[in-house]
Design a protein around this ligand. Structure first.
Ligand code: HEC
Ligand code: HEC
Length: 480
């Protein structure tokens, strides 16, 4: 009897050991394939620019799309993109030999995931002629990237009946051999979960559908923060605003940040940039973002790539000193400050989108963390931004409503009322991107200044100058 009891005891003990081992192994395999975070050290990027373009800003944990799924979606659903060329049809730039386009990371958290970075919006391209390859200018404002199109594409794929493990695994097979374990995880966990999350993301952006489209190079950056990050009640504001360049921050010390000056701290602007793009309080990589801040602080603005008439520009410099410098020159008494909207007279929708409540809530958002936000605020106007690298900031004004410098110096009633944006061939006559003609219309987004929040009114400075004076001023503006 005793020996039988002993035996039973030993069997139970072994079963417990085996059970613990199995749970441990399954747990480990699960953790390894789903949650193990593989850091990518700053030193592994070949330059600060490379880190800016491809380094993680912490968006993969909560919002990362599994790399292999992300890669095959355009191949399964080309019908849901605006044209051929996969993701590049959304104005995304893919450098030769890279695994992801500019502004997209590949980071392993259990499995490789794709996240977005600052560079997806803050990298410009231009071409001097239609046949040229685009010149890439890191930290410039993107004139092409259609974030709204990207969000809608992902949502549309998830709603399609073809978004199934069979379809997706079949397509992945042509690109990569998943292991047996990976295959199981993709089939039963990763693909169904991705579908669920993309549908939830689609749902969280339905408010966009009742407002004017953003078009390329433009987003409504703070309504998602209000509605999703801060969980404030939905309102009917329109915050569409043009991308801004990030270079030369060393010269911008003390300037208000964002079009309406809703921030005064560069460090917080960089961190809120990452939060706004999907980083969480837990995933925010404070040290890496410090590197991004150092990079944009030191980076010089790009030089105008065409010839400049120096004599004419010198004349223009005088006109600038008399009519523009007080608000736009480094050292000008109002440069980098908020100019009341009633004074500058431009479209007020972007300003009215941001509220005191939103500023207060964001200032409390990260309380208790080693980093924190304290400098968000509500203002009553738009910042008299510095004009360094101005030539590449087109189209102009906070809502991107004026295609060229030539247009900006016209009275609003004479500015171009309808144009196409998103085409990156440069027009050195008007000083801005080519915004009409067959090609611009083919690849571009029709920008209609009569649509709500697209108004091109206001900023009348310089519109009374003579034709010759305007020409000289524009020549000078090319040199900034
Ligand atoms: C999805 C597009 C997008 C991404 C990604 C993005 N930004 Fe921006 N950023 C914008 C837009 C649009 C503005 C202007 C917004 C406004 O004020 O209405 C802006 C404004 C800024 C400004 C203010 C510039 C000035 O002169 O006032 C800074 C600084 C900035 N972003 C830094 C960053 C950094 C750093 C990251 C990455 C951590 C980042 N942004 C990610 C779109 C983006
Ligand atoms: C009283 C201050 C003030 C004066 C004077 C002034 N501006 Fe501005 N400027 C602003 C403000 C404010 C904005 C932003 C308005 C907006 O985007 O709604 C702006 C925006 C601009 C922009 C758009 C920048 C971009 O990135 O899109 C250009 C270009 C510009 N100004 C050129 C000039 C020129 C040239 C002159 C002189 C003829 C001039 N400004 C005079 C206040 C001023």
């Amino acid at each position: 009897m005793k020996s039988f009891k002993d035996k039973l005891g030993r069997i139970i003990a072994s079963l417990v050991v085996v059970f613990v081992l199995v749970v441990g192994v399954v747990g480990y395999v699960g953790w390894y394939n789903l949650f193990r975070e593989v850091p990518i050290p700053y030193e592994s990027y070949k330059s600060p620019e490379d880190h800016f373009k491809y380094g993680s800003i912490g968006t993969e944990n909560a919002q990362g799309v599994p790399y292999w799924i992300w890669l095959v979606l355009p191949r399964i659903f080309p019908d849901k993109l605006p044209g051929p060329g996969g993701y590049t049809s959304l104005g995304i730039t893919w450098e030769e030999g890279k695994e992801t386009p500019i502004g997209f990371t590949k980071k392993t958290i259990g499995f490789p995931r794709v996240g977005i970075t600052c560079a997806v919006c803050h990298t410009a391209t231009y071409r001097t002629t239609q046949k040229d390859k685009p010149t890439i200018v890191a930290a410039g404002p993107s004139n092409k990237f259609d974030l709204q199109g990207y969000i809608r594409f992902l949502g549309a794929t998830a709603s399609d009946p073809r978004f199934t493990p069979d379809y997706i695994l079949d397509e992945i097979k042509y690109n990569y051999q998943l292991s047996w374990v990976e295959n199981l995880l993709y089939r039963f966990l990763i693909i169904p979960q991705t579908k669920k999350e993309l549908l939830a993301q689609k749902e969280s952006f339905t408010w966009m559908d009742s407002r004017p489209n953003w078009g390329p190079g433009r987003i409504d950056p703070f309504n998602p923060v209000k509605f999703n990050t801060l969980q404030l009640a939905k309102d009917d504001t329109i915050g569409n605003s043009d991308m801004m360049p990030l270079w030369n921050q060393k010269m911008h010390a003390g300037f208000a940040l964002h079009w309406d000056g809703l921030e005064t701290s560069l460090t917080e602007t960089v961190q809120t940039g990452a939060i706004g793009d999907g980083a969480t309080k837990e995933s925010l990589p404070v040290e890496d973002l410090q590197k991004v801040e150092e990079y944009i602080t030191q980076l010089e603005p790009p030089k105008y790539p065409f010839a400049v008439d120096e004599k004419l520009a010198a004349k223009g410099n005088q006109i600038f000193a008399n009519t523009c410098a007080s608000c736009h020159a480094f050292g000008g008494e109002r440069t980098g400050t908020v100019i009341p909207v009633d004074e500058v007279g431009t479209d007020r929708h972007r300003l009215d989108m941001w509220t005191q409540e939103a500023a207060d809530t964001y200032n409390k958002f990260a309380e208790g963390y080693p980093w924190d936000f304290n400098n968000l605020r509500k203002t009553d106007g738009y910042v008299s931004v510095s004009l360094d690298g101005l030539w590449l900031r087109a189209p102009y004004l906070h809502n991107g409503s004026v295609p060229s410098l030539q247009d900006l110096l016209e009275k609003p009633e004479n500015r171009t009322a309808v144009f196409y944006r998103g085409y990156d061939v440069y027009d050195p006559q008007k000083v801005g991107f080519v915004s009409d003609g067959e090609e611009a219309e083919r690849v571009g987004f029709k920008y209609d200044t009569t649509v709500t929040a697209n108004s091109n009114q206001g900023h009348l400075y310089g519109t009374d100058l003579s034709g010759e004076e305007k020409q000289a001023l524009i020549e000078y503006l090319k040199t900034l």
